[in-house]
Design a protein around this ligand. Structure first.
Ligand code: GTP
Ligand code: SPV
Ligand code: MN
Length: 602
């Protein structure tokens, strides 16, 4: 061990020794998070090819990492929640008995770090000094993981300092193993406060503070302790009167959280300002004032690269010009990265995300559709001054959004908290490249948490319902859809910065202002309720964007019945009641008026 061992808490040391006895690393390095340590890790990564230097004149501190070609996204089929009782993991998770899981993993980890360095990475999720923050320690044999954790979390001595106060930490063990999907597992042990991950060096599979700790384990703990861990962005909105209000938004992976979190107000909405608190995860707690308060447990952004441009997300584009690790993007001859949706046209020649020669005539994409940037939050020009506030920010409204070409209006409001929980519970979205599997198929993703809820989702819905009564001023809840299409797949709504127009209506509605009509599915804006000043969206398109077609909802109602059946007695009766109410209203809207009343069953 190095002399930094002196820093280390005795609880960590014992566990580090146990993991070392199993994995047999050549060397153990306790990470302190210093600049010198970072420089050494980068130098070593450049030597081994784990990092490729990008053009340091144009993009100082930027590097490219190419992951194994079969290790490019989350692998949900290899992700397990290992609770003592199977029914506590629920039908939403793969389950394995905790002892059986350890017995399965131990031979895979045996000698896995031979010839490698074992890094011990103490990290803090949440602001320094916050009573809501949590300490984790990740043991890993990947330098890319260490460098990424350094960006995504508050890493090193700062975490050890926090640990010396609380004494508790989440044990996260990670090894690249042989990177084979056949020997890849991401296993969570909520009752033992630990995560074991082997066989992947990618994103949420390997940076264990993110989805594993801050969502799967945290969601389990949150229910126990009366708070919420959600897959949500946190955005501050300052209106022309300088009043700042905050909203949270849950959208499935690659459905627009990072973009919304860094929204740039359109020129035609002078006086508005948006500030970023978080782009992926929110931890929410009831405050003394009866509102829900949110902190972002992360310290950086792990964002989708394709589609990021000066036009779509200028804040993100500027923020990734320095000190950024790019994963699986294309490389131009001048040492700068390129991807589909970049402002620059396709380069005449480049290397694709796997390092193979690429030209615009190549049949495959240059960058992987789930290629990512990893950037410190401090580089974000719109970062909120409240980012580090240990108490977080008070939440006025919550939105659920997804990628839906049809049926779902641009925006509508839940009638109350219970109805809002129902809207979240019945969220579904067309799949994206963020997880392995087919892209573009409709999949259920309640609260955008299906892949991330660390326990039975029926119990999770119950917890959501209970949280609404635990606070006297729960946020108003809305459903949004930026992705409704017209003829030949054209998006009807311009999206991005223009989404502020919808958020303005949401803020108004959350304070009892703004125009809406009560429809079968909830409160939908009147055609002129959303401010279109300076925006080129026709009346006809606005009508299509807001349309609620009862015939289209019949299929949705049938799908909800499957969800309800899946959770059996763990599905709260309030959710079933909301479903029945929706079915009743849709039926009434479909049934010709002259029939209503004749059939006593309706
Ligand atoms: P994760 O990091 O996987 O959780 O994704 P995310 O929810 O943060 O999604 P992100 O903001 O990175 O957006 C994903 C993709 O959706 C990108 O290609 C964006 O360009 C696109 N996108 C985001 N917002 C909008 C929008 O308002 N309209 C349209 N049409 N596309 C959008
Ligand atoms: C997501 O898929 O929601 C992500 C990327 O944020 S990962 O951390 O890999 O899950
Ligand atoms: Mn995400």
């Amino acid at each position: 061990m190095t002399d930094k061992t002196a820093l280390i808490h005795s609880g960590i040391r014992k566990w580090v020794d146990e993991v070392a006895a199993m994995t047999h690393p050549d060397r153990i390095l306790i990470c302190d998070g210093s600049e010198a340590e970072k420089e050494t890790l980068i130098k070593e990564s450049l030597a081994t090819g784990e990092l490729i230097a990008l053009n340091q004149q144009k993009m100082p501190g930027c590097y490219l990492h190419r992951s194994a070609p079969h290790d490019v996204a989350r692998t949900e089929q290899l992700t397990y929640v290992c609770t003592e009782l199977e029914k506590d993991a629920g039908p939403n998770n793969n389950w394995m008995d905790p002892d059986a899981a350890i017995a399965k993993l131990t031979p895979l980890f045996a000698n896995a770090m031979e010839g490698r360095t074992m890094y011990v990475v103490p990290f803090l999720m949440g602001p320094v000094g916050s009573r809501f923050s949590k300490v984790g320690v990740e043991i890993t044999d990947s330098k890319y993981v260490v460098l990424s954790m350094r960006i995504m979390t508050r890493m090193g001595c700062v975490a050890l300092d926090e640990l010396s106060r609380s004494g508790e930490f989440t044990r996260c063990v990670h090894s690249l193993g042989d990177l084979s999907p056949d020997r890849r597992f991401i296993m969570h042990f909520p009752e033992r406060n630990s995560v074991w991950s082997i066989g992947s060096g990618y994103g949420g599979n390997a940076l264990l503070g993110k989805k594993c700790l801050a969502l799967r384990l945290a969601s389990w703990l949150a229910r126990k302790e009366g708070w919420m861990a959600e897959h949500m962005l946190i955005l501050g909105l300052e209106d022309p009167q300088k009043r700042v209000r905050y909203i949270c938004g849950a959208f499935p992976s690659a459905c627009g959280k990072t973009n919304l979190a860094m929204l740039v107000p359109p020129r035609s909405m002078p006086g508005w300002k948006a500030t970023t608190v978080g782009d992926d995860i929110a931890w929410l707690r009831p405050g003394a004032d009866g509102r829900l308060w949110a902190v972002n447990p992360e310290a950086g952004f792990f964002g989708v690269v394709p589609g990021t441009s000066r036009k779509t997300n200028p804040t993100a584009f500027d923020m990734i010009q320095s000190n950024t690790i790019f994963t699986n993007v294309a490389l131009r001859p001048d040492g700068t990265p390129w991807w589909e949706g970049h402002d620059d046209p396709p380069p005449p020649q480049a290397l694709d995300w796997q390092g193979r020669p690429w030209t615009p005539a190549s049949p495959e994409k240059a960058a992987h559709p789930n290629s990512r940037f990893t950037t410190p939050a401090t580089q974000c020009a719109s970062l909120s001054p409240e980012f580090d506030n240990p108490e977080g920010v008070p939440i006025h409204a919550m939105i659920f959004g997804a990628r839906r070409q049809r049926r779902i209006p641009l925006v509508y409001q839940a009638r109350n908290w219970q109805h809002g929980v129902f809207l979240g519970a019945t969220l579904s979205s067309e799949t994206t490249a963020a997880a392995t599997g087919k892209v573009g198929v409709l999949r259920r993703d309640p609260m955008a948490m299906w892949p991330f809820c660390g326990y039975n989702m029926g119990d999770y819905f119950r917890h959501w319902l209970d949280m609404g009564t635990a606070v006297s001023k729960p946020p108003a809840i809305f459903r949004v859809n930026w992705f409704r299409t017209g003829e030949s797949g054209r998006f009807l709504w311009p999206g991005f910065g223009e989404n502020l127009r919808v958020l303005k209506w949401i803020l108004d509605r959350s304070e009892g202002r703004g125009d809406a009509v009560d429809s079968a599915i909830g409160q939908v804006p009147t055609p002129d309720a959303i401010d279109r000043t300076g925006l080129d969206v026709s009346d006809a398109d606005m009508t299509r964007l807001l349309k609620v077609d009862p015939a289209e909802w019949v299929e949705a109602i049938a799908g909800q019945e499957e969800l309800i059946a899946m959770f059996g007695e763990r599905m709260p009766k309030e959710i079933i009641a909301e479903h029945d109410e929706l079915a009743r209203r849709i039926n009434a809207a479909i049934t010709p008026p002259d029939l209503i009343g004749r059939d006593s069953g309706i």
